[in-house]
Design a protein around this ligand. Structure first.
Ligand SMILES: [Fe+2]
Length: 212
């Protein structure tokens, strides 16, 4: 592969990695916001800080290739190209879904840095390769930390479930009152339909179906 080709591949991959880190920052900001548990939100917050540094470091590597500002500006546009939007748009509405989501994202990042390391080596860019190695280690640690919270997340889900069940009787009373109302309305409808007779009902249906 010619040198310019391998540099081009490297810059393209750096842009993807940057877009991914920007998405990671958004995901982790949301994770911190949604987590009530102090330990869990602390873990997300810690990696959020790291992700901001990662994004900055990757940005520096891109600037090292003397890119025009417009080329840097379109970095965030690339997130759609590698399917990150879909992943980020799943609403993680429970501690379990949130942990699954972050854990999956960490592994996407691990793969992306594994490739960055290889592509940088191929292009002879030692500085980028070293940055990829350092970040890769932190991504692996982050994935392990998220995995270590799985037990606590499952416990929290159980607690949420119990809490919902305790609150359920009040909802049921309201629900059954509404159901009774609906039932009596349905009963009245049925009675009036029977009074009209089946022939009339069919006739009415036909009228509704045919254009005026
Ligand atoms: Fe990460």
């Amino acid at each position: 592969m010619a040198e310019s080709d391998s540099n081009e591949q490297l810059v393209r991959h750096l842009k993807d990695v940057h877009a991914m880190e920007e998405q990671a920052i958004k995901t982790l900001e949301r994770a911190v916001e949604l987590s009530d548990d102090e330990d869990i939100s602390g873990t997300y917050e810690e990696h959020l800080e790291q992700s901001r540094e990662h994004s900055q470091q990757i940005n520096e590597r891109i600037k090292g290739y003397d890119l025009e500002p417009s080329a840097v500006k379109d970095l965030t546009m690339r997130s759609g190209a590698i399917g990150l939007r879909q992943l980020a748009e799943i609403p993680p509405d429970t501690p379990v879904k949130l942990a699954m989501h972050v854990y999956a994202f960490e592994h996407l990042e691990i793969a992306a840095y594994e490739f960055l390391l290889r592509i940088a080596r191929e292009a002879g860019d030692d500085e980028t390769a070293e940055a990829a190695e350092r970040i890769l280690e932190q991504e692996r640690e982050a994935a392990e930390k998220v995995q270590s919270m799985f037990d606590r997340c499952a416990e929290l889900l159980g607690e949420q479930q119990r809490q919902a069940e305790e609150e359920a009787p009040a909802d049921d009373e309201q629900g059954s009152a509404a159901d009774e109302e609906k039932d009596s309305a349905a009963e009245e409808d049925k009675d009036s339909a029977e009074e009209q007779g089946p022939a009339q009902s069919e006739d009415a249906d036909e009228k509704e179906a045919s254009p005026a």
